[in-house]
Design a protein around this ligand. Structure first.
Ligand SMILES: [Ca+2]
Ligand SMILES: [Ca+2]
Ligand SMILES: [Ca+2]
Length: 190
């Protein structure tokens, strides 16, 4: 082996020695990372919003089992009658949602058990009866729920938020994006 080849081989061996312990030490840390108990997503501003512009989505874990988790959605404009809000929930690592919440300002809301992303079609059945609540303020939507109504063994929750104007349902605003999830939040702080 020529001198340069030897040096190259040694370099590769050394880098393997140097890299391996780092890789090994990073594995347990990655596996041990727990989802946050309180996290705010700041959504991009819309210059010509196709629907109620979402500013931020905060998810706060329930203090303990039996208490409620919160999703607080802030909007750039005042909410008006007919503005619609939908939240899909996932309680596992499967990319499809399990729960779909649909509500409208100055009207009713429903919570459904689903097996894929829904856009106002054929819900499977109602769920979380009495264990999920919805409130709309001037520029804020609040959904509170018992995480166990989503899933008995829930440990973390992901949400996708979307808005649309009832009069123009094809224009939609999403956080973070269509059929994409915000980072996981722990279901319980304790
Ligand atoms: Ca936005
Ligand atoms: Ca899922
Ligand atoms: Ca958006």
């Amino acid at each position: 082996m020529r001198k340069s080849q030897k040096a190259k081989a040694l370099g590769v061996a050394l880098s393997a020695v140097l890299v391996l312990p780092m890789a090994a030490s990073s594995l347990p840390a990655t596996a041990a990372v727990a989802p946050p108990t309180d996290h705010v997503w700041y959504d991009e501003p819309e210059t010509t919003p196709p629907a109620l512009d979402i500013v931020s989505v905060r998810r706060v874990a329930a203090a303990e089992p039996g208490r409620r988790m919160r999703v607080v959605i802030r909007f750039a404009e005042r909410i008006e009658a007919g503005d619609s809000l939908e939240v899909h929930f996932s309680t596992d690592r499967d990319p499809d949602p399990e729960v779909w919440y649909a509500g409208m300002a100055s009207s009713e809301y429903e919570v459904y058990d689903v097996d894929h992303w829904r856009d106002n079609d054929d819900p499977i059945g109602a769920m979380c009866s009495g264990r999920m609540r919805f409130a709309l303020g001037e520029q804020r939507g609040l959904v509170t729920f018992d995480p166990q109504c989503l899933d008995d063994r829930v440990r973390a929750v992901r949400v996708n938020v979307q808005t649309f104007f009832y009069s123009a349902p094809h224009g939609r605003e999403f956080a973070p994006a269509r059929r994409a999830w915000l980072p996981r939040t722990a279901a319980y702080a304790g």
